[in-house]
Design a protein around this ligand. Structure first.
Ligand SMILES: NC(=O)c1ccc[n+]([C@@H]2O[C@H](COP(=O)([O-])OP(=O)(O)OC[C@H]3O[C@@H](n4cnc5c(N)ncnc54)[C@H](O)[C@@H]3O)[C@@H](O)[C@H]2O)c1
Length: 257
C-alpha cells in the first residue's frame, strides 16, 4: 500500500511512539491527523511535523469523543485509510498490596478502558470509514490498521495485572479483527514493543534506564521510537501482513519483576 496522499489517523500521536510514526507518515506523503487527549501537545507536534498535520482532541475511551474526532479528521483530510493506535496509559499496582488491601477496581477498569476498549473504539470507527470507500488497489484493499500492545501482553510483570490484561486483549483482537474486516479489504496488525525510550520512560534515572537496557539480549539498550515507527510503516505498506502481532523488543522476555 502506497501511503502517499492517504488520510492517516494516529491516536496518541502527540508523543512518543505515535509521534514518531506520524513523522514517518508525513515524510511518506500521508495526510495526518493526531488524535490525543493532550491536545496542547498534539498542536505543538502538528506544528513541528507541518505539511498540514492536524491536531484533534479525543478521549479514546469515550464513544462520543472518538466519533466526533473521526468526523473532524475526515472533514480535514478525507476518509481514514490508515489508523495507528498508540494512545495508552501505564500504571503499576499489585493485586493485593503488602497491607492486604485489594487493588481498587477503578484502577483496573481505567487501564482496560483506555488501552483495550480505546483501541477497539478507534479501530471500529476507522474501519467504518475505510469500508465506505472504494478499494485502493486491484486486491480490494481499503485500508490498514496498526494497534499497539506490549510485551506485557505476553509476560506481564508483578504489578501489571491491569496493563498486561489490556494489552493481551489487544493481541487477542488482532486476528479476530483481521478476519472480521477481511471482506472489506482492511488489514489489521499489532506491534508489541519491548522497552522503548519515550517520554513514558525518559523521566527515569539514568541508572534505571541502563539497568533496563542491559536486560535486552541484543542490542543491549532500550528501543528507539523510530524503530517502532519503522515497523508500523512496514505493517502499513506490506499487503501480505495481516492478523499478526509483531514483537519489536530486542528479544527481551520480561521476568516477574
Ligand atoms: N514506551 C514503551 O516502552 C512502551 C512499551 C510497550 C508498549 N507501549 C505502548 O505504546 C503506546 C504509546 O506509548 P508511548 O511510550 O509513546 O507513551 P506516551 O505517553 O509518550 O504517548 C501516549 C500518548 O497517548 C495519549 N493518551 C493517553 N490516554 C489517552 C486517551 N484516553 N485518549 C487519547 N489519547 C490518550 C497521551 O496523551 C500521549 O500523548 C501505549 O499504548 C503504550 O502502552 C509503550
Amino acid at each position: 500500500m502506497d501511503v502517499k496522499g492517504l488520510a492517516a489517523v494516529v491516536t496518541g500521536g502527540a508523543s512518543g511512539l505515535g509521534r514518531a510514526t506520524a513523522m514517518k507518515l508525513v515524510e511518506a506523503g500521508a495526510k495526518v491527523a493526531l488524535l490525543d487527549r493532550n491536545v496542547e501537545l498534539a498542536r505543538q507536534t502538528a506544528a513541528e511535523l507541518g505539511h498540514g498535520t492536524v491536531a484533534i482532541e479525543v478521549d479514546v475511551s469515550s464513544a462520543e469523543s472518538a466519533e466526533a474526532a473521526f468526523e473532524q479528521a475526515k472533514a480535514a483530510n478525507g476518509p481514514t485509510r490508515i489508523c495507528v493506535n498508540c494512545a495508552g496509559i501505564g500504571g503499576s499496582v499489585r493485586i493485593v498490596d503488602r497491607q492486604g488491601k485489594p487493588m481498587e477496581l477503578d484502577h483496573f477498569r481505567r487501564i482496560i478502558e483506555v488501552n483495550q476498549i480505546g483501541t477497539f473504539n478507534t479501530l471500529r470507527l476507522a474501519a467504518a470509514q475505510m469500508a465506505a470507500e472504494e478499494p485502493l488497489n486491484e486486491l480490494g484493499l481499503r485500508g490498514a490498521i496498526v494497534n499497539t500492545a506490549s510485551v506485557a501482553g505476553y509476560e506481564g510483570q508483578i504489578g501489571q495485572a491491569a496493563y498486561a490484561s489490556s494489552k493481551g486483549g489487544v493481541i487477542g483482537l488482532t486476528i479476530c479483527a483481521a478476519r472480521d474486516l477481511s471482506s472489506f479489504g482492511i488489514r489489521v496488525n499489532t506491534i508489541a514493543p519491548g522497552i522503548m525510550l519515550t517520554p513514558l520512560l525518559k523521566g527515569l534515572p539514568d541508572e534505571t534506564l541502563d539497568m533496563l537496557g542491559k536486560q535486552v539480549p541484543f542490542p543491549k539498550r532500550t528501543g528507539h521510537d523510530h524503530e517502532y515507527a519503522s515497523m508500523a510503516m512496514e505493517l502499513i505498506r506490506n499487503d501480505y501482513m495481516n492478523g499478526e502481532t509483531v514483537r519489536v523488543d530486542g528479544a527481551i522476555r520480561m521476568g516477574p519483576r
